[in-house]
Design a protein. Sequence first.
Length: 744
Amino acid sequence: MDQENELLEISGTVENTIFKNEENGYTVLRLKSDSDEMLTVVGCFPYAAPGESMIVSGQWTNHSVHGRQFKAEFTQRLLPTTAESIYRFLAGGSVKGVGPATASLIVSRFGDKTLDVMLNSWQQLAEIRGISQAKAQQIHKSFQSQAGIRMLMEFMCSYGLSPILAMRMYKYYGDQAMSYLRGNPYIICKDIIGASFAEADAMALQLGIAEHSKDRIEAAIFYVMGQNADNGHCFVPREKLVEVTANVIDVEYESVEDCINELILLGKLEFEYIADRNACYLPELYEDENYLARRFADMSGRRMNDRADVDRLLSVLERNQGIKYADMQRKALELAAKNQFLAITGGPGTGKTTCIRAILALYEQLGLKTLLTAPTGRAAKRMTELTGKEASTIHRLLGAKFSEDVNRVINRVIFTKNESELLDCDAVILDESSMVDIGLMDALVRALPPQARLVMVGDVDQLPPVGPGNVFSALLRSEVMPVVRLTEIFRQTENSRIIYNAHMINRGEYPRLGENQDGFYRLRRLQADSALDTIAQLFSVRLPGKLNISPEEIQVLSPRRKGELGTVNINRRLQEVLNPAGIDKSEKQFGDAIFREGDRVMQIRNNYDIMWKNYQSGESGAGIYNGDIGRVVNINNEAETITVDFDGRVAVFGFESLGELEHAWAITVHKSQGSEYRAVILAISSGSPLLLTRGVLYTAVTRAKEYIIIVGDDQVVYQMIDNVQQSKRCTALGIRLGRQGGLE
């Protein structure tokens, strides 16, 4: 460890607390050191109170307002042991229901045994006049909760883990946290806690778990399975699972094979030879694939309204809407009228929105109650604007909430709408279907009434979902489901060059990058510094000034996060230009990033239990989801909170949750799926062929509504068009669907 980063150690007794945040445990306190020096100490000290002793490891810092402080990273806390110090501890309000008067009564009766009585013999408190049985129990529960979090924190910190991890453990698992942790130390590397697998593994080994124990190998297997699910795979080939797991924890292949066999016998893993692979599944993904194959096959063969006069209905729609449907649009409407399921795909400008509007109107004529939904908030909002009917995200439609099941490796969300409580509808129209992973699709289909129709609309040539599976693509390729492919371009507007060039890119043809007309522009920059300067000038001056496009309508995209033209570096530059530091703006450094009031930020993982409120409508709820973009409206360094306005939904995060946020003036192309922006600036430079693909370029271009400005090297653009490489996902939904449909 560098000398300047070496941890120092101080010890003393808490004199008083200056500030404490009950949510995340952040506390500012005055500590009287053993050498009688009065020090200001800041850190995670839940329930800290006068009278308790501490040994604190950390470093000295200088706060811009409060001066010299000792910032604690690890703490050993000791409860007071003398009657006098116990009285100070209780009189300071550390235990709910106990003030100075009650503290005096209790300590006078039990002396230095007071805390032991409160924890283990709390009924004796009711022997004191003025303390009822109910109040005695309240005092006990409050102190028991304190004892639990203290014990958990000291236990985890003794293994070099952050106190924040202990706070998260206790938040989700309560008094059972220590029991869960001792039973399975690997629980801390789940998303909700946030430790790495390496940290969990190191703790497990120190706790005495043998290197070749089944528990350790099993944890590593599920870690590898979870990582593959995060990379889009529904199953892992058995040979790969054995190899990767063995390498992660340095054990023999045979030990991993034996553990996999046992997990399969116990039903903790599913195994099947399918898609020419020895496939190992997590049970929930295996069930998702099989269930969807059965339901989709059943829906594909079900006909509806055979007696409906579709020609008459379509004539009425054309007359009412003042348009003449093209042949493929008319086919889509006919299939939507007579089938329980329909998939519609097409590129930009091919009339997908027209089809959605028309199907919605058709279902209204048929007397069907129709729900509109999309996978992201931005896509749902755009659907609402285009149809005039309220659309919601799938998560909101289904009532997403956090699962307390600690054994689930993935999909730690459950839905209030399900097979037991179905959606109240006759039909659902789902837009941006290519973004929906298998878990979310499974949840939606399970909540559909048996006779309800489902229309899925999307562009199959865009990037696949972030989560496991590739459902929309599998349905289109299955040859089982009713499908309409829209190919004719209808949208003839001033930005038609964007649509025209997008289709050229999708066909593998090179657009004329130097034309710079009709909304499609290329600014050739071969050096990263020059490209960064151009992007900053476009965002801050040229687009707002010359084209009257506000910064809120501009989005920078990049194929990657890292590198000189990755989103992290672009955001750093744009923050300097668009939201520089000022005395009127609070800020907080987290890792290498500085969050500042006024910043544009994005939520990068689903948080199902964070509360939000819309102060204009008075509506409130829970859940901020991966891809939601907002603006930082307040940073409270004393309370260690950051408040973000997500398009009217205002949520308050603790600093410990800053890992869930990233700056978002620039985002990756993957994160832009389902969104449309008035102007897109696309940063292009050489890099990994895995990121520089035709699909990435096509998706980026089709995010632009009026203007796309490509900043970078023409040759890299051409390389992307030539690169049709796709990382093949391990999924067998299409094969299962074919089996159900009798194609095998």
